[in-house]
Design a protein around this ligand. Structure first.
Ligand code: PNS
Length: 154
């Protein structure tokens, strides 16, 4: 199965989803997607590198970058399921549409994991906002990401 996202940057909330998925499934691919509609803070390579460092302790999780449709990524690798974290009803509104679209495109199923309430408010955007004002992001992102955010906003 695959955990897709733009991960700009990866947060402790994402890591929680990867770790939980890695206990449920034999093999997990984290797909770092290039989203043309989102102007990223980090380059694709930086985002991939940060995810790799973040999941280094999870032996059955591997990381791949991809530019294109998530449905095509799944089709090319014969992936049967997409796993995504759901924080709130607002996520559901968007995610249900994506799940239906992707299933229409290539019969791939989407499974949702209820986010740990500890990370309910956490998002890559919130992290970038806090870091841009030199706020403390140490509880929000893995250490490797905190270092890179500091470099970006110093
Ligand atoms: O972390 P995000 O930005 O919420 O992740 C969204 C993502 C990358 C999963 C989504 O934008 C995506 O799948 N993009 C790839 C292009 C695509 O397949 N678009 C249509 C269906 S989502």
């Amino acid at each position: 199965m695959v955990c897709p996202g733009s991960f700009d940057p990866v947060t402790n909330g994402h890591l929680d989803v990867f770790a939980r998925a890695s206990r449920l499934f034999e093999n997990v691919i984290v797909a770092v997607m290039v989203n043309r509609n989102k102007q990223g803070l980090f380059s694709s390579q930086e985002r991939i590198d940060m995810v790799k460092e973040t999941v280094a302790h999870l032996p059955n999780v591997k990381v791949e970058g991809f530019e294109g449709l998530l449905a095509d990524f799944c089709k090319q690798r014969d992936i049967g399921a997409i796993v995504k974290g759901l924080r709130a009803v607002s996520d559901f509104d968007y995610e249900i549409g994506m799940a239906q679209l992707n299933r229409g495109l290539t019969s791939v199923e989407t499974l949702f994991i209820a986010t740990n309430p500890e990370f309910g408010y956490l998002s890559s955007s919130v992290v970038k906002d806090v870091a841009s004002f030199q706020g403390d992001v140490s509880g929000l992102v893995p250490p490797a990401v905190a270092v890179r955010l500091k470099e970006k906003f110093d």
